[in-house]
Design a protein around this ligand. Structure first.
Ligand code: ASC
Length: 136
């Protein structure tokens, strides 16, 4: 369904379920992403085991939200532009999935320097899409 690195495992019966699904998947992701960010930015002590686990969860979850932006599911914080510029939106999603994969791989090394190097570019892909496609 558009995004090549995305899971396409569900059919949503109701628009509100699609909205809830993508919001919740993104929220859970943000918590694991935030934990990695805190370690990458020195706000939390580096714990290699924790980083590894959070990276793995992030990698798995990164594929999930995009299937819940199907036709006719406008709403939530999503700008209608998502559905008008689906290819552009899918590009953003694919970039994020790729960076989340790199971040997960970096976390797996147990090397804080690698985590630091991978975190910024991943965060940038979140922001780039939000700037264009998300209402505040
Ligand atoms: C997060 C989160 C976002 C991104 C963004 C990165 O943890 O919830 O939306 O990172 O802040 O710039």
């Amino acid at each position: 369904m558009g995004v090549s690195a995305s899971a396409d495992t569900l059919k949503f019966g109701k628009t509100e379920d699609a909205i809830k699904y993508r919001q919740n998947a993104l929220f859970v992701m943000s918590q694991h992403f935030g934990s990695l960010g805190a370690m990458a930015n020195g706000r939390a002590e580096f714990n290699a085991d924790l980083a590894k686990q959070n990276g793995a969860v992030l990698q798995t979850l990164a594929a999930l939200p995009w299937q819940a932006f199907g036709k006719g599911t406008e709403g939530g914080k999503s700008k209608p532009e998502i559905w008008k510029e689906k290819t552009k939106f899918d590009d953003h999603a694919n970039k994020f999935v790729a960076e989340a994969g790199k971040l997960g791989a970096a976390a797996k090394t147990g090397d804080l320097a690698q985590l630091k190097a991978a975190f910024g570019p991943a965060a940038q892909t979140c922001k780039a899409c939000h700037d264009v496609f998300r209402n505040r």
